[in-house]
Design a protein around this ligand. Structure first.
Ligand SMILES: Nc1nc2c(ncn2[C@@H]2O[C@H](COP(=O)(O)OP(=O)(O)OP(=O)(O)O)[C@@H](O)[C@H]2O)c(=O)[nH]1
Ligand SMILES: [Mg+2]
Length: 451
């Protein structure tokens, strides 16, 4: 995959497709102001190219005598723009037909239609952003939950790249120490033991990698299955967590026959909560297939809430259900804690873990259950400020870590090779050093057009 040229003038619709109150067309490149002058009719009569940068110009867009729309124009002068080039933003009404006409007019006047991520690629090539920050731009655009947004915002500030740079520097320093001894054996330089420093770098890498899984979850969203016996209160719990009556509740066991999904957000993580049919053995073919689905959903969920009715004794069916659930992904909750209790959490097997008592009638314990769900989903990563968001970063860190492990185990005179490997992997990760063109092309191909 080759990179597009960065020296011509590009244009794209930057706002999301569909109707919007306003829409934005971006133009960047040496001819940005020529394009703007050709199609923008300022109210003041002073052409955009003669106006001071970063001051809004009010006017309208006219093409072949045809007024396309009223518009505002925002001029930026190189190098003080997102891309580092001359750039113009046109703010029009956000109708799809308006935006298409304005973009067409830009192309008529010599701009090229921008590909995915081309504006951010130019920002990177101009040194406005490093590679990790450029990728965080993608993450913040794609963040659908609060946790993913927060993580992406951390990546946009320099802190994640600084942390990665610092690790890279430590490996470079170790490589320097090792090669000094190899290159000048006669100088009698003593080989410093670089292994403790390398072990330290590996620990930091491990901490970062631990956040990668959690962060994948915050981006794609987690599936949370609520299972239990009929009448345990699963549908009531779903409704209580949602804050509205999504699922039918009744005192007839077997009310929920199929499963039902509802989106919600817990601790900043987007979640699809799934209410399932109560698990019991039954002769009814329809109900039986609902039960099979419930168990299957539990097997494939990121987390399972197994609900036990605390107002009646635990029975064999509860135990059978729990024994077939993937316990490492199960949170046990006790429902109906507003009613007299038939048992206490301490009566239950230790293997079931902490039991969260809830009442869907008065809302008791629901917040604590939500916290437990979010803690289980995000794990230790929750306490870490810096998160690895992109698979590319995780992959590079794993490769660097392998190289470091090999270096630590290698005899002194062979360490340098593995350390060089690690340094190169870090360089491709941070973009400090040579980043192959196909890596760049791959990174920016994931962006939307106009970003
Ligand atoms: N007092 C009290 N009653 C509850 C609570 N949660 C559920 N119930 C009652 O328990 C009965 C069953 O509730 P559902 O939410 O329909 O139970 P379910 O687990 O979805 O049942 P199925 O769909 O049949 O598997 C209903 O009469 C609810 O009103 C609770 O926290 N406190
Ligand atoms: Mg139900």
């Amino acid at each position: 995959m080759a990179l597009p040229p960065a020296g011509d003038t590009i244009a794209a619709i930057a706002t999301a497709p569909g109707e919007g109150a306003i829409g934005i067309i971006r133009i960047s490149g040496p001819d940005a102001f020529d394009v703007a002058d050709a199609l923008f009719e300022p109210r003041s009569g002073v052409k955009p190219s003669l106006r001071p940068a970063e001051h809004i110009v009010v006017g309208r867009i006219v093409e072949g005598g045809d007024v396309i729309d009223d518009a505002m124009l925002l001029p930026f002068r190189a190098p003080r723009s997102y891309t580092g080039q001359d750039a113009v933003e046109l703010h029009t009404h956000g109708g799809p037909a308006v935006l298409r006409r304005v973009l067409d007019a830009c192309l008529q006047h010599g701009a090229r239609s921008a590909g995915p991520g081309e504006f951010t690629l130019r920002a990177y090539l101009a040194g406005k952003l490093n590679l990790v920050q450029a990728e965080s731009v993608l993450s913040i655009v794609q963040a659908s939950g609060e946790r993913a947004r927060r993580t992406a915002a951390m990546g946009l500030t320099a802190s994640l790249s600084e942390a990665l740079d610092a690790l890279q520097d430590r490996v470079i320093a170790a490589l320097g120490d090792v090669t000094a001894v190899l290159d000048y054996p006669e100088a009698g330089v003593e080989l410093k033991d670089v292994r403790p420093a390398l072990r330290d770098v590996r620990r930091s890498v491990a901490d970062l990698l631990a956040t990668a899984d959690a962060s994948a979850l915050t981006q794609r969203g987690a599936r949370l299955a609520i299972v239990g016996q009929p009448n345990a209160g699963k549908s009531s719990l779903l409704n209580a967590m949602l804050g509205y009556e999504r699922s039918i509740v009744s005192d007839v066991p077997g009310t929920t026959r199929d499963y039902l999904e509802a989106p919600l957000e817990i601790g900043g993580v987007p979640i699809v909560a799934i209410d399932t049919a109560g698990v019991r053995s039954t002769e009814d073919a329809v109900e039986a297939s609902g039960v099979a689905r419930a168990l299957n959903l539990a097997d494939h969920a990121d987390l399972v809430v197994c609900l036990l009715d605390r107002s009646r004794p635990i029975d064999d069916a509860d135990e059978a259900l729990l024994s077939r659930l993937p316990m490492e992904r199960v949170v046990v909750a006790a429902s109906k804690c507003d009613l007299p209790a038939a048992w206490q959490g301490s009566d239950l097997p230790e293997a079931w873990g902490a039991v969260y008592e809830v009442s869907s009638v008065d809302g008791a314990g629901i917040d604590a259950l939500r916290n437990a769900i979010s803690a289980r989903l995000v794990g230790d990563a929750g306490s870490s400020e810096l998160w690895i968001v992109h698979e590319r970063h995780a992959e590079a860190l794993r490769r660097a870590d392998d190289a470091l492990a090999r270096a630590i185990d290698a005899p002194d005179d062979l360490m340098a090779l593995d350390l060089q490997d690690a340094v190169q992997t870090f360089a491709a990760l941070t973009g400090r050093g040579d980043v192959p063109e196909d890596v760049l092309a791959h990174v920016f191909a994931n962006f939307c057009v106009g970003k």
